[in-house]
Design a protein around this ligand. Structure first.
Ligand SMILES: Nc1ncnc2c1ncn2[C@@H]1O[C@H](COP(=O)(O)OP(=O)(O)O)[C@@H](O)[C@H]1O
Ligand SMILES: [Mg+2]
Length: 365
């Protein structure tokens, strides 16, 4: 066991309004030293605004932000020792790589010889040692992005902020730079907060993910926890690919349950959780990769009609109709015939239950 790390960044009840518009509401989060945290959410949910508040590029309307135990209220951006890398990496095109990386150090009036060493060290860290005399235009997009990261690491920041750092890269490069950034983090150990709208990026890179929607944090937890025990239906369907099926379920008079007109008698552990959630209008969350196709009369199966199938290389995505609601299942084998009625069997432990009104997770003992 390693000792728990002290909190490096503490955000306490932070809000932000622009004029009449409330963009962030009651944001509280504590990030341990050395952690890699992703802020994940759809476009417009307030991720970049939160990053700007941390960096000191905008002031909060309420609440407090502390870095390494020091209140940041009123501390100007350049005094925070925070490195920021934006989506458009904005290298100065007329400066060499060395000059770009030195920029923050010159701003701090660091002696020339020290600055030279720092620049070399930062370029080594991002595996671009020897590229110092090149111009940005002579580098690939991924290399330019690494120069931007080296520039923010050169100041030895107390915190590294990355805003959608991969979104300007093509799909192939994105996957390799993703690994580069995570490995770099593990070597350097800088506390890192990365903003992304891409759930796969967040889940694969971060130790903990804060899922945001509408200016609030809905859940802050390890990726496995977010995937297996989402706090709300929004989190459950935003995380995971293909997206989880969310189906309305009603109790049937005389016992059991129904999706529209389709009756369902679930496995005992699922039934027990449904009983606990009985007073809510229930949304059942089923992940396509945790469903299998069985005989229509198999115990615990949901009768479903096959509508279409997509071949996706490693698997097929089969689309079905369950009493007027759509669902999909990811299959390794052959797709059942279109128009046939099959049984859809969820892995009992993977069934998620939410309150259809408000989306909160329900049915836990
Ligand atoms: N300077 C500003 N003035 C007014 N509204 C803003 C300003 N900056 C951001 N917003 C609004 O705040 C919301 C959140 O924006 P942003 O933080 O950029 O979202 P994200 O990074 O999650 O896509 C958006 O509705 C955006 O239009
Ligand atoms: Mg943004």
């Amino acid at each position: 066991m390693t000792a728990p790390q002290p909190i490096q960044l503490r955000i306490d009840k932070v809000s932000k309004t622009f004029g009449e518009t409330r963009v962030l509401e009651d944001i509280s989060i504590a990030i341990p030293k050395g952690a890699f945290v992703a802020l994940l959410g759809p476009s417009g949910c307030g991720k970049s605004t939160l990053l700007k508040l941390i960096a000191g590029l905008e002031a909060p309307s309420g609440g407090n932000i502390e870095l390494a135990g020091e209140a940041l209220n009123g501390v100007p951006a350049h005094r925070r020792d925070i490195g920021v890398v934006f989506q458009s990496y904005a290298l100065f095109p007329h400066m060499t790589v060395n000059q770009n990386v030195r920029f923050g150090l010159d701003m701090r009036d660091m002696p020339k010889a020290d600055a030279k060493l720092r620049v070399e060290e930062a370029l080594e860290l991002v595996k671009l040692g020897g590229y110092g005399d090149r111009m940005p235009s002579e580098l690939s997009g991924g290399q330019q992005q690494r120069v931007a990261i080296a520039r923010s690491l050169a100041i030895r920041p107390r915190l590294l902020l990355l805003d959608e750092p991969l979104s300007n890269l093509d799909a192939v490069l994105r996957k390799s730079v993703r690994v580069d950034i995570r490995e770099l983090h593990d070597r350097v150990g800088a506390t890192t907060v990365m903003v992304t709208h891409d759930q796969e990026e967040a889940m694969s890179m971060a130790d903990s993910v804060a899922v945001m929607s509408g200016g609030r944090i809905l859940q802050f937890a390890a990726p496995e926890e977010i995937y297996e025990r989402p706090a709300t239906s929004f989190v459950g369907s935003f995380v995971g690919s293909p997206a989880a099926n969310l189906l309305k379920l009603h109790p049937r008079s005389g016992g059991g349950w129904r999706f529209g007109e389709i009756a369902w008698n679930p496995e005992a552990s699922v039934e027990a959780r449904l009983q606990l959630a009985r007073r809510f209008e229930i949304l059942v969350g089923l992940r396509p990769e945790q469903l299998s196709i069985v005989a229509v009369d198999a115990p615990g199966a949901i009768p479903a009609e096959v509508r279409s199938a997509e071949y996706l290389g490693g698997h097929r995505l089969v689309h079905l109709d369950i009493g007027g609601q759509r669902a999909s299942v990811a299959l390794q084998g052959r797709a059942p015939e279109t128009g046939s009625v099959v049984g859809l069997l969820p892995d009992p432990g993977s069934v998620m239950l939410f309150d259809a009104n408000g989306g909160a997770r329900v049915g836990d003992a």
